[in-house]
Ligand binder design. Structure first.
Ligand SMILES: Cc1cc2nc3c(=O)[nH]c(=O)nc-3n(C[C@H](O)[C@H](O)[C@H](O)COP(=O)(O)OP(=O)(O)OC[C@H]3O[C@@H](n4cnc5c(N)ncnc54)[C@H](O)[C@@H]3O)c2cc1C
Ligand code: FES
Length: 366
């Protein structure tokens, strides 16, 4: 059995709580013991243990919205998921944080992780695209780009209205730190005067025409984060504008099934398109017991999950970082290497597809 990483959870004290908008609040966390702070890259998230009111706990992820250069502290920025009808209860973790957590409270968190992170090695211009609370990774990225880079940056953010718009002043301030940073806010329900007062720059939904007007023809690195309808709409606009799929990195804050249920974007756009099934050659095989398929591991895929997706197979996933367990499958035989340590112990006859590569030929219960 692979060693559990659960022991990496550490107590962090909430040292401040700042209301950023009517629905979004930030929490500043510092480790109870200073040596437990870990560096992170802009875009990565923390996993938090949240009491489930039955004496147990659930795990929830929150992206660090502060700059990676602020050593010794993390800021998370959380949207309160209110109950919408009698049948849809309020969000367990977000309402616990908003309603019950005050400065002085201690929260258990696992160090930052996640593959959605700013590529500092690239020199391409950057487009940071966010919807709603999806701005948490892009604000952290903007912090880095504004202070440490001269790459042109477009920070484009869509939300419902001025009332729910979070971190506006911080984004506007970062954009003044150097030339070459453009900011565009789009309010779905702009109030009278919002456009005139430059609280927002467009209203309704972000459209192809808006993006075309904003972005000169170029080869961009695009980072995108927001709710599923936002991601679907923007991804298809970007594809229509001819943006290469491998230039779009994205993160979404819910289970992948939300995207696939809507019939769109069931897999990350950065993944290769479904290819012809791999033919049998030498090399480790990935055998799918239920469907009887035998594939040759090509060695180029980042994970077994990415490899299966490239073959047109779409296993369920969510975090793609070894946290949520959504991609867990039966491992009938063979051995795998974990390149990311899972949060919980994984028995030898199970495998997390998102953070493993085959060590030998493997048979999956798929
Ligand atoms: C990588 C990653 C990064 C993230 N970063 C952030 C971040 O920076 N900021 C942020 O705010 N969030 C972030 N999230 C989302 C966050 O992890 C939580 O999913 C979010 O806070 C909701 O959790 P919750 O416990 O409050 O809601 P849950 O209790 O999980 O409920 C989720 C939603 O479902 C509804 N619901 C609950 N039960 C039912 C039911 N029986 N029937 C129908 N509907 C129901 C709730 O009303 C709520 O809207 C991130 C997620 C991921 C995967
Ligand atoms: S997708 Fe979350 S653990 Fe693999």
């Amino acid at each position: 059995m692979l060693n559990a990483a659960a022991s990496r959870f550490r107590p962090f004290e909430v040292v401040s709580k700042v209301r950023e908008s009517t629905t979004i609040t930030s929490f500043r966390l510092v480790p109870v013991e200073p040596q437990h702070w870990r560096p992170f890259e802009a875009g990565q998230f923390l996993t938090m243990r949240v009491p489930d009111r039955k004496g147990g706990h659930v795990l929830r992820n929150y992206t660090v919205s502060s700059s990676p250069r602020e050593e010794g502290t993390y800021r998370i920025t959380v949207k309160r998921e209110a109950a919408t009808t009698q049948d849809v209860p309020e969000g367990l973790s977000s309402c616990w944080l908003h309603d019950e957590i005050e400065p002085g409270a201690v929260i258990e968190i696992d160090p930052p992780r996640g593959a959605f992170k700013l590529d500092n090695a690239s020199s391409r211009p950057v487009v940071l695209l966010s919807g709603g609370v999806g701005m948490t990774p892009t604000v952290s990225m903007l912090n880095v780009l504004a202070r440490e880079s001269d790459r042109p940056v477009w920070f484009i953010h869509a939300c419902d209205s001025a009332a729910v718009h979070a971190l506006r002043e911080e984004v506007e301030y970062l954009a003044t730190l150097r030339p070459g940073i453009a900011v565009h806010f789009c309010y779905r329900f702009a109030g009278s005067g919002d456009l005139d007062a430059a609280r927002c720059h467009s209203k309704g939904f972000l459209t192809r025409a808006t993006l075309q007007n904003l972005l000169p023809l170029d080869d961009y690195d695009i980072y995108m984060c927001g709710p599923p309808p936002f991601m679907q709409a923007l991804y298809s606009i970007l594809a229509g504008l001819g943006v290469r799929k491998d230039r779009i990195a994205y993160e979404f804050f819910g289970p992948a099934s939300l995207l696939s249920e809507a019939g769109q974007m069931a897999k990350p756009p950065s993944m290769p398109s479904p290819a012809e099934p791999a033919i049998e050659r030498n090399g480790p095989h990935v055998v799918l017991q239920k469907s009887g398929r035998k594939l040759v591991w090509d060695g180029t895929s980042e994970s077994i999950l990415a490899f299966l997706e490239a073959q047109g197979i779409e296993p369920e996933f969510s975090c793609r970082a070894g946290v949520c367990g959504t991609c867990e499958q039966g491992l009938v035989s063979g051995e795998v290497d974990y390149f990311e340590e899972p949060l919980e112990a994984i028995p030898d006859d199970r495998v997390l597809l998102c953070c493993t590569r085959p060590k030998s030929s493997i048979v999956l219960d798929l």
